[in-house]
Design a protein around this ligand. Structure first.
Ligand code: BG6
Length: 472
């Protein structure tokens, strides 16, 4: 839809950038930190692990000063659960508590709003060993108690909280659940049970948040993007709706409405994936919905129908970590209208507007973009220059679409690009760079970890000072 006049960004719009603890901190075994599932994950010999990351743990003040120079209004970061509770519960590690106190104080000193992710993939390994982690009902209370501790400790300064980052990825990626994933069916069955526990844990946590009388907003950060039908063939349209259901909608329908929608429940029963639900679970979720939704958006997908056949029987799935095809449900195909990043992620800025509108219409909650960015092979040129025009172009187009979504009537509280500085990518090491700040290290050569401002840093600085009016 086009309009005669378009609204500007609200004056209190939260311009930001994000990171997560294990992707930036390093110091994986320092100052009493316990092990997380990330620390014990099988290493890929071709890329770096997360042990040093970008050494943010030791360079926190330098990094926050750069955030202030960039002009950030909000900084999204996650707390490493095992820095606070090395064993996931019980004994508290004061040095870990102090680290985040110092970080939050430093942000407040510069007037930067902290946006805290309570848990971003780095689940305590000891809870996996003790009772199977998220697969056990016991995980609910341990997560809630950890979150309560964070509310009590940091809630005087933190107003915005994200409960669980990309729960769907945790459910689907075996190592993030502490599983080997050797038995696909078993892993998916356990994954859906884990998913249910995470939803109950989130509702319990939101209940605690309100009980403590905390002001501010809380909700999950979900990976959510529109899934387009490959054609006007009704079979493809059905495939796109089914893909939306099993990949995205199922999760927020639980968090926001406390329901397994009929077609989803039918699917779970049919595949024998249905989780065990205890009395009161659904009511608890209904009564304690999030008060905002964090949206991680990178790309859209396009799907066509994928009928069951002899070659591809029901239950057949193709994944490159996340599902790309499921017999009898959908099959992702290349969208020839879109270009893609070096990693094949299809660039679809308009897909962000559609995503924001979809979420707004379905759940009627304020949204905050918690991740959006472009992973690329950046080149450090002579004189400490990184000409990342491709990133500027990616971000510009997505910010334009965010503005259009606001104009459509969607409440968007802020925009946090992924990532503030280069992080160690979840699956691609340090080669896949995302930041406004270049970190001078390679996969196996730590160099001097110098912080270097990229061209996009200066560009985003202007975007922020002009409140999104200067995008070129
Ligand atoms: C999101 C995660 O899935 O995508 C981040 O929340 C991650 O942790 C980001 O880094 C980009 O993915 P990747 O695989 O390119 O690092």
């Amino acid at each position: 839809m086009e309009f005669r006049k378009n609204k500007a960004f609200p004056t209190d719009f939260l311009w930001g950038a994000s990171t997560s603890s294990f992707q930036v901190e390093g110091a994986w075994q320092e100052d009493g930190k316990g092990l997380s599932v990330i620390d014990v994950m099988k290493k890929n010999p071709k890329i770096t692990d997360f042990t040093v990351a970008v050494d943010h743990y030791h360079r926190m003040k330098e990094d926050v000063a750069l955030m202030a120079e960039l002009g950030l209004k909000v900084y999204r970061f996650s707390i490493a659960w095992t820095r606070i509770f090395p064993s996931g519960r019980g004994d508290i590690n004061q040095k870990g508590v102090d680290f985040y106190n110092d970080l939050i104080d430093e942000l407040c000193k510069y007037g930067i709003e902290p946006l805290v992710t309570i848990y971003h993939f780095d689940y305590p390994q000891s809870l996996v060993e003790e009772y199977g982690g998220w697969m056990s009902r016991k995980s609910v209370e341990d997560y809630r108690a950890y979150a309560e501790f964070l509310f009590q400790t940091y809630g005087d300064r933190v107003k915005y909280w994200l409960t669980i980052n990309e729960q769907d990825h945790v459910v689907r990626i075996p190592s993030r659940l502490g599983l080997t994933g050797e038995n696909k069916y078993e892993q998916l069955k356990l994954g859906y049970q884990a998913n249910h526990h995470m939803c109950v844990a989130t509702a319990e946590t939101i209940k605690t948040f309100h009980k403590l009388g905390l002001k501010g907003k809380i909700g999950p950060a979900v990976s959510f993007s529109m899934i387009h039908p490959a054609s006007s063939n009704p079979d493809d349209v059905l495939a796109s709706q089914d893909a939306m259901l099993v990949k995205h909608n199922y999760l927020l329908d639980l968090h926001c409405n406390g329901e397994y929608r009929a077609p989803l429940w039918q699917y779970l029963l049919d595949r024998d994936f249905a989780p065990k639900i205890e009395d009161g679970d659904m009511q608890l979720m209904k009564e304690n919905p999030p008060t905002m939704i964090g949206v991680n958006y990178y790309f859209s997908e396009t799907v066509k129908a994928f009928p069951v056949s002899e070659e591809f029987p029901l239950g057949y799935q193709k994944e490159s970590l996340l599902p790309e095809a499921e017999a009898g449900v959908f099959q992702v195909i290349k969208n020839n209208e879109l270009t893609a990043t070096d990693w094949g992620w299809e660039i679809d800025p308009l897909g962000l507007r559609l995503t924001l509108r979809e979420l707004h219409e379905r759940y009627h909650l304020p949204l905050i973009i918690t991740e959006n960015g472009m992973g690329a092979y950046d080149k450090l040129e002579a004189g400490d220059v990184v000409n990342d025009d491709y990133r500027i172009s990616y971000l510009r187009e997505h910010i334009k679409q965010t503005k259009l979504a606001i104009n459509d009537g969607v409440t968007v509280l802020g925009y946090c690009s992924w990532s503030f500085m280069d992080i160690v990518s979840g699956r691609n090491g340090i080669d896949k760079r995302y930041g406004f700040v270049y970190i001078n290290r390679e996969n196996f050569d730590l160099k001097d970890m110098r912080r270097i401002k990229k061209k996009s840093f200066y560009w985003y600085q202007k975007v922020i000072t002009s409140n999104g009016e200067t995008l070129s």
